[in-house]
Design a protein around this ligand. Structure first.
Ligand SMILES: *Cc1c(COP(=O)(O)O)cnc(C)c1O
Length: 391
């Protein structure tokens, strides 16, 4: 049998062939007009994707590089910051902030729920010296998606700035950086942006720049000031050698996204999530998040009684070449996750669900073959063609 792989994890994600191909082109030098044109276009296109007029800075790093950049550039050791965390990635912000010597107030909400904007408001009322609030838009480890707009309302009324990790959200889920009053929005290449891993970006508001001016934490490679200065020079560039091929790749990918249309892409992801959800529920499985509103990036599912999430992941990979993700940290073994951010279509989810049905059977769970696929197909019909079909 040939082995064909299907990558269905929430990062890295598959990339369109247009994006693969540009990486095979000869390397261009980064201090040439050709590169400048490419780079400026990417930055302008990223602004369109993030719906922001703020400065967008790019870094050769995975998403965490931009997260670290946000911490290091906006605050000083000893600053009090509030981290809202409901999963592995939320906690990462707390770890980075502690590594930079900040006083971290940790608001840890249940991993299957969303952050409560009211609680954030209370922290800000009670501790007036909180300088920054950190929030994860799409918490990839749990599938929960936070209400960034509501938190933005709360934080914008205070002197604090709002830092949002939308690494698995931007490009897939509704995200309005400026309208939602996000001061620093960080994202990365390898999720909805349909690009290989290794390129990160940060959109920085004027309010956040005031923080950058005063911040005393050490930073060099991820220095926002250095990045902005170079971008604003006569021939916009980055302070250090950029990941030229990734810049090309992301530029091609973002073009595809803008051609599809942002709202269309958001709707596509919503349909993928609703169909995948319908399938696993028809199989008698339980979704992990209690809050399903907005949760359209990852379908996180509780492993059935007596079966470890990791066994499902391993079996699907080994037997069917279908790569999904298990649970992380405290969710290890308890859940599995099907990713659908980025270059995905309904039929990719049919592959995932078919492999899941076969796998559950193999592992002794009484899945009725085809029942998940039937449920998702019916819903897909209703959500798409059924809407327009005569009679
Ligand atoms: C993938 C991801 C990250 C960043 O991880 P990297 O491995 O550094 O790219 C951070 N936050 C969220 C929510 C993510 O999904």
């Amino acid at each position: 049998m040939i082995r064909k792989e299907y990558l269905l994890t929430p990062g890295p994600t598959p990339i369109p062939s247009e994006v693969s191909l540009v990486q095979a082109e000869p390397i261009i030098h980064h201090r040439t007009p050709a590169y400048t044109e490419l780079f400026v276009r990417l930055v302008e296109d990223l602004k369109k994707v993030l719906l922001t007029e703020n400065e967008v800075l790019t870094f050769a790093a995975s998403g965490t590089g931009a997260m670290e950049g946000a911490v290091a550039n906006c605050f000083s050791p000893g600053d009090r910051v509030l981290v809202a965390a409901g999963g592995k990635f939320g906690l990462r912000f707390a770890e980075i902030a502690k590594a930079y010597g900040m006083e971290v107030e940790l608001y840890e909400y249940p991993w299957d729920e969303a952050a409560d904007p009211e609680v954030i408001a209370r922290y800000l009322r009670e501790k007036r010296d909180i300088k920054g609030v950190f929030l994860t838009h799409s918490e990839t480890s749990t599938g929960v998606v936070n209400d960034v707009r509501a938190v933005g309302e709360v934080v914008s009324e205070t002197p604090a700035i709002l830092v949002v990790d939308s690494i698995s959200g931007a490009g897939a889920l509704e995200l309005r950086t400026d309208a939602w009053k996000v001061d620093v929005l960080v994202t990365g290449s390898q999720k909805a942006l349909m690009t290989p891993p290794g390129l990160a970006a940060a959109a920085v508001s004027p309010k956040a720049w005031e923080y950058v001016e005063k911040a005393e934490s050490p930073s060099y490679y991820f220095s926002f000031k250095k990045a902005l200065k170079k971008y604003r020079s006569d021939s916009p560039e980055t302070p250090f050698t950029p990941a030229v091929s990734l810049v090309k790749a992301m530029s091609a990918a973002v073009r595809l996204l803008l051609e599809e249309g942002l709202e269309e892409a958001w709707e596509r992801h919503r349909v993928l999530a609703l169909c995948t959800r319908a399938a696993v529920q028809a199989l008698g499985l339980e979704l992990f998040p209690k809050v399903l509103e907005r949760a359209y990036a990852v379908t996180a599912v509780k492993a059935p009684q007596g079966i470890k999430g990791g066994d499902i992941v391993r079996h699907m990979n080994r037997m069917h070449g279908v790569i999904i993700a298990g649970g992380q940290d405290r969710l290890k073994g308890k859940i599995f996750r099907i990713g659908h951010v980025g270059y995905y279509h309904f039929f990719d989810m049919v592959v995932a669900v078919t492999a899941l049905e076969l796998t559950l059977r193999s592992l002794g769970y009484p899945a009725e073959l085809g029942s998940g696929v039937a449920a998702m197909e019916r819903l897909y019909w209703e959500l798409t063609e059924g809407k327009e079909a005569p009679g």
